[in-house]
Design a protein around this ligand. Structure first.
Ligand code: AP5
Ligand code: MG
Length: 213
């Protein structure tokens, strides 16, 4: 099964995609994680995207599309995949439709107030990328990842000024995808304002019956 997790910054794409990936045993591919790993490793890709990401702007369609196209050719994607954070512009959706059309697009719906609360409290593992929240999903030991014991950090683009730019970009460049996928009858909206278990229940409803695909 080929799934896209769509939604505003902080909607819960990464959190829910990680759960779904474990449940369905298919890879979770987050373009944001790919860029952050490249930035941390200091690769050419990381150097190219660092200032763009820290400001909350979007990386070019050309670069992002070629990166995803290559990633989906990997052996581990043959039985399906979950894309988190891609596509987020119409040209990206059009490109994906040509090289690997998704079966279902999950739109995680949230309001701005929820987004701001979630992003201001988010912590991420420096090594494995596990996502936490200081009150909603705290680690057992403050500042330390439960899964791998590495330190947690605050993303540079979670500073308020970058969050506002990301929300603006989401409205202008990503929101048109809702109509795009509605027209193709593969969009399923999930209320993502509740706690993680509630959102997961809504998601499972959308995905029920897909396991055998
Ligand atoms: P990316 O990493 O994709 O960032 P984003 O889209 O802004 O989304 P986030 O990762 O901030 O939020 P999320 O929806 O994953 O929420 P999460 O699960 O973490 O992209 C970063 C940047 O990379 C972009 O700005 C751009 O520059 C570049 N980029 C990436 N893809 C690109 C593309 N396709 N084209 C161009 N540029 C691209 O949850 C957030 C917090 O809430 C966490 O603390 C979590 O614990 C908590 N939480 C989650 N769900 C719940 C819940 N149900 N209840 C309570 N708390 C919850
Ligand atoms: Mg994310």
């Amino acid at each position: 099964m080929k799934l896209v997790f769509f939604g505003a910054p902080g909607a819960g794409k990464g959190t829910m995609a990680a759960r779904a990936s474990a449940d369905f045993s298919i890879p979770h591919i987050s373009t944001g994680d790919i860029f952050r790993n490249a930035m941390r490793a200091g690769t050419d890709l990381g150097k190219k995207v660092k200032s763009i990401i820290e400001a909350g702007d979007l990386v070019s369609d050309e670069l992002t599309i070629s990166l995803v196209k290559d990633r989906l050719k990997n052996e581990d994607c043959q039985k399906g995949w979950i894309l988190d954070g891609f596509p987020r512009t119409i040209p990206q959706a059009e490109a994906l439709a040509l090289f690997c059309p998704p079966d279902l697009v999950i739109d995680l719906e949230v309001d701005d107030e929820t987004v701001l609360k979630r992003l201001s409290g988010r912590r991420m593992c420096k090594v494995c990328g596990q996502i936490y929240h200081i009150t909603n999903m705290p680690p057992k030991k403050e500042g330390i990842c439960d899964k791998c014991g590495s330190p947690l950090y605050i993303r540079d683009d979670d500073k308020e000024e970058a969050v506002l730019v990301r929300l603006e970009n989401y409205r202008n460049q990503s929101l048109p995808l809702v109509e795009y996928y509605k027209n193709r009858k593969i969009l399923f909206a999930v209320d993502s304002r509740g706690n993680a278990d509630l959102v997961w229940d809504g998601l499972k409803k959308a995905l029920s019956g897909m396991k055998g695909w």
